[in-house]
Design a protein around this ligand. Sequence first.
Ligand code: G3H
Ligand code: 13P
Ligand code: ZN
Length: 312
Amino acid sequence: MALVNTKEMFQKAYDGGYAIGAFNINDMEIIQGIMGACADLKAPVILQVSSSARKYAHPAYLVKMVEAACKENPEIPVALHLDHGSSYELCKACIDDGFTSVMFDGSSKPYEENVEEARKVVEYAHKYNVTVEAELGQLAGVEDEVEVSDDNAQFTDPNEVQDFVTRTGVDSLAIAIGTSHGAYKFKPGQNPKLRLDILQEVANRLPGFPIVLHGASSVLPEYVQMVNQFGGKMPDAIGIPEEMLREAAKMAVCKINVDSDLRLAMTATVRKYFAENPSHFDPRQYLGVARDAIQSLVAHKINTVLGCEGKA
Ligand code: G3H
Ligand code: 13P
Ligand code: ZN
């Protein structure tokens, strides 16, 4: 199947009470690991590229590898998405390169600027059948949530969402309900919490509209432990409990972003491999086991968090 935009996959996910995994890609092994799991489990998937991943791999490479992955796995729908596009120009460049979905992230800009630039991106994207995600509210940092517990400034304000979606014409909306980027989302001893009440309030204002969750890695303890056992230092890395993510996926959340979990699985596996095979120096050996780890991590996400097995 050729690359698709996110329209139909989100519609089906919304109606079916599940979510699509949006996995960050940086290289061939990550793409192949993700695609292997999704093809095995017949799961639709979003492969997303941050601007730093695009710089790292050079713009054309990831697009070409994703096209190859689609050719090799024609039975599953795949969207190629720009993650956290910071400007109209970057969104346009990715659309021109063949991306089928883009995020314009104006969440740190004043509201009216966010509206104006998102609207401009939508105007260009829709001409090419490309879907657009935007963001309202900024992901809470751990400290903000804990120490200023009554400060809701970081969370999405449900009173703004209808106006924003109507004026911009975006196809999906990322909201801030207590997730955060990276591997340190909560402090040890802190009760992990997601504001599902805000999600419900947003869903009430936008019936049938797809919501996106960023910063949604669960930071699997077995991989944290493996990193630490084999010479790494990631004490107190804590993610979002999987049952909370599953709950959000049953609600209006149609896209769940995962990057840190992929990094962690890959790093833990490579560390273990080097520790156990000190004489090996063929990159295909350690990158091969890293690719297998990505595949089993993604299969785990599909089964425990996303619920999208067999939905391709
Ligand atoms: O949301 C951020 C993603 O994890 C991408 O991170 O810019 O380091 O590629 P990156
Ligand atoms: P994590 O850091 O929780 O994996 O979030 C990734 C993300 O939101 C990419 O946009
Ligand atoms: Zn993100």
